[in-house]
Design a protein around this ligand. Structure first.
Ligand code: CTP
Ligand code: CA
Length: 229
């Protein structure tokens, strides 16, 4: 009885997930990007869909594909494109999980032609700030909607993550541990701490990204939708 209630609670829930890196174009053949593979976000999308959720996955460039028919995939390239798609879709969602590694800056200008090399000369590219998708959704958030973000920190991890959660009006923030071998970018495993709005903290061991996805679902989405019933 309990088992089925828990498995069914995501049935028909509309969940937005962002995943992967963003690419910020310098010229037709070059970009500024990062090492995100999208594996964590895609795993969350698959596990939510497996529990019956209607998932919209906004993904930056990755080598991954989706398997579950309950996932609608929207492919984008830049932070601006991800932002436009996210703010358009969020009002119709019950929850959003923002796992994308969004570029904080982009080149001020994108060259129309491939930039030529000049022997022995330095060049510089001026970078301008990208929109903060999480902060924008935090401002748009209505009662009954849940907003979950990720944080990657190298100093004062928990304190900085908690500040990020509050600043962006998130309900939970998932802190990725960088200190442990096998966690983070490119790996099939991850180690997380879940921090909540009201200061609760849960730390998990090194697990596969599929297991981590289920830990996130069970400690954030499920209590939220249980409470709403
Ligand atoms: N995020 C976002 N849009 C951005 C930057 C970040 O939606 N332009 C989201 C990420 O998807 C993540 C959360 O905000 O859920 C925190 O991202 P992070 O890079 O850790 O934080 P920043 O606010 O960008 O701060 P900094 O990189 O300076 O630590
Ligand atoms: Ca950032």
């Amino acid at each position: 009885e309990n088992f089925f209630t828990q498995r069914d609670i995501l049935l028909g829930k509309k969940i937005l997930i962002t995943a992967g890196p963003t690419y910020e174009r310098i010229d037709p053949v070059r970009f500024i990007g990062n090492f995100s593979t999208g594996k964590m976000g895609y795993a969350i999308a698959e596990e939510c869909a497996a529990r019956g959720a209607e998932v919209t996955l906004i993904s930056g460039p990755t080598a991954l594909s989706v398997t579950h028919p309950g996932i609608r995939l929207i492919k984008v390239e830049s932070a601006n494109e991800m932002y436009e798609a996210a703010i358009d879709i969020f009002p119709r969602m019950d929850a959003a999980i923002l796992s994308a590694a969004v570029a904080d800056y982009r080149p001020e200008h994108t060259a129309d032609e491939k930039m030529k090399r000049t022997e022995g000369k330095n060049i510089s590219i001026t970078l301008i700030p990208n929109p903060d998708i999480a902060a924008a959704l935090g401002k748009m958030k209505k009662p009954g909607q849940l907003l979950i973000g990720f944080a990657l920190e190298t100093t004062d991890e928990e304190e900085n993550a908690q500040k990020k959660l509050e600043k962006k009006n998130m309900d939970y923030i998932i802190l990725n541990s960088l200190k442990d071998e096998g966690a983070g970018f490119g790996y099939d495993t991850n180690k997380i701490t879940i921090l909540s709005r009201n200061g609760e903290k849960k730390t998990f061991g090194l697990k596969t990204k599929k297991e981590v996805a289920n830990d996130i679902i069970e400690h954030t989405l499920i209590p939220f939708f249980e409470e709403k019933k």
